[in-house]
Write a protein that binds this ligand. Structure first.
Ligand code: ATP
Ligand code: MG
Length: 457
């Protein structure tokens, strides 16, 4: 029955299409910075909105009210001075202005007003005061809100002189914004520090788990201090990882033990065979039987080596240079051409014996099947790769998986030479996988097989 499906909402269409990719490119990749952004971004946004609204409305309004009050006082003083009847009265008015209105007033002899000071940028006080004076006094004036920062100077031209008023700046100006900003930034900093500390503790167990899993993939031992920690989900994941690792290790151990046992038992039987064969009277079949026993013996040795595995070896440093040099010398003895190249650091961190064995197996195959061999190691990026190419017959695509199985040999159809149990590739892949990598076979430009080893570098 067909089910109804919700129409897929795809808002990232047309010109908006690259946006998610761009965001992804510039977003940090780690969990820690990402969670920090999740905390910081809303906080910053909220503060911006609050600040803008506050500045726009509250601050402007308060400043306006305060300026209004100051200018009303100045207007009152102006009226009184204009209507004065004597100098004594003038003095009294000035006295009252100083005592009661907190205004420092002086009456100066007539003179032209100074040229208007340049309008300060970003200063709403200047504009508001000017408007108020225009509205309430309506005489030519001059103001300076910048010069002395604690005082605002106002000059008003009267008929018979100039009235100069010094008003304290904070009586006209809502100056508590700095405090507001300080508290806002301060508290958010405290919040941020708390968030950073808490987040770090939450994220550390996840990082430890990631590192342990990564190390296990590369075959490195688990860090000694690794144990389930942190939030319950992380604990569960860590516990599951530890159990999984134990199970895998147990399985490997069981396999090794079983193969060891089987091989050992068979070896004993083979030895008995050989003895009995030697005791038998001479016959024409004896040589053939001996050859068969030899073959079986060799296979068993190979099996044993395969079963033993290299899993127990510790991770160490391996220098690729001498290894490749050994291959070149060997090729020379066998009369083959072997070219090598190393890109990047030749020293790699792997299980040295196992890694050497893996590369040796591939090079041995190449030397058996081809005359020209090329070995290139690349240790530049996140992966370490070693490619082994030859100009031999290669392997047909449908057989490239089969040859990795133990004891699978294609050679009987081709030239059968001594040695070769069909374990080389099986062992090599085992080692690559124990390092957290793999081996891929493909066709080489040289005509033969191209084997690519890829392990995390
Ligand atoms: N470079 C190559 N060119 C062509 N065929 C190859 C190449 N490498 C391997 N093969 C084929 O894959 C088969 C399996 O290889 P593998 O290395 O596992 O065994 P082997 O070389 O026969 O024996 P061993 O490596 O144990 O001595 C080989 O028998 C061979 O037929
Ligand atoms: Mg081989």
């Amino acid at each position: 029955m067909r089910r109804w499906k919700l129409p897929k909402l795809d808002i990232w269409r047309g010109p908006l299409r690259p946006i998610p990719r761009i965001i992804q490119r510039f977003m940090p990749k780690g969990l820690y910075p990402r969670s920090l952004i999740i905390i910081i971004a809303p906080m910053v946004l909220l503060q911006c909105v609050v600040t803008v609204v506050f500045m726009e409305r509250h601050w402007q309004m308060v400043t306006q009210r305060l300026s209004q009050a100051v200018i009303q006082d100045v207007a009152a003083v102006t009226d009184l001075i204009e209507d004065r009847r004597s100098d004594a009265e003038l003095k009294q008015i000035i006295q009252i202005a100083r005592d009661r209105m907190n205004l420092n007033v002086a009456f100066l002899p007539p003179a032209p007003l100074p040229a208007p000071a340049p309008k300060p940028f970003f200063n709403i006080l200047d504009g508001i005061l000017s408007d108020e004076i225009k509205d309430r006094i309506g005489r030519p004036f001059w103001i300076d809100t910048v010069g002395n920062s604690r005082i605002v100077e106002i000059r008003i031209q009267l008929d018979d002189g100039i009235l100069r008023v010094f008003a304290p700046r904070n009586s006209a100006y809502a100056s508590n914004t700095q405090i507001f900003l300080f508290w806002m930034v301060g508290t958010s900093l405290v919040l941020l520090i708390i968030a950073v500390l808490f987040l770090r503790n939450q994220i550390r167990p996840i990082q430890a788990l990631a590192a342990a899993a990564e190390g296990f993939g590369r075959g490195q031992p688990m860090p000694p201090d690794f144990r389930p920690r942190g939030a319950s989900e992380v604990r569960r994941a860590s516990l599951a990882f530890i159990q999984m690792r134990d199970r895998i290790e147990r399985q490997i151990e069981q396999r090794t033990q079983m193969l060891n046992g089987v091989s050992h038992d068979l070896r004993t039987v083979l030895t008995r065979f050989r003895l009995q064969l030697a005791l038998l009277p001479e016959g024409e079949d004896q040589d053939e039987l001996n050859a068969d026993i030899d073959e079986m013996q060799r296979m068993l040795e190979g099996y044993l080596a395969f079963a033993k595995g290299e899993a127990g070896e510790d991770v160490g440093e391996l220098d690729l240079e001498p290894l490749l040099k050994k291959f070149r010398a060997e090729a020379q003895i066998k009369g083959k051409t072997l070219v090598t190249d190393i890109v990047g650091d030749p020293r790699i961190t792997v299980r040295p014996d196992a890694f050497g064995r893996m590369v040796t197996n591939l090079v041995a195959n190449a030397m058996r099947h081809g005359d020209e061999i090329r070995v290139v190691a690349n240790h530049e990026g996140r992966w370490l790769t070693v490619t082994v190419e030859d100009d031999g017959p290669g392997i047909a695509p449908e057989q490239r998986e089969d040859v990795f199985k133990p004891f699978v040999r294609l050679d009987p159809a081709r030239n059968i030479d001594a040695g070769g149990t069909g374990l080389g590739l099986a062992i090599a892949r085992d080692i690559a996988r124990a390092h957290g990598g793999d081996i891929l076979l493909s066709e080489s430009k040289m005509g033969g097989l191209r084997a690519l080893i890829r392990v995390p570098g």
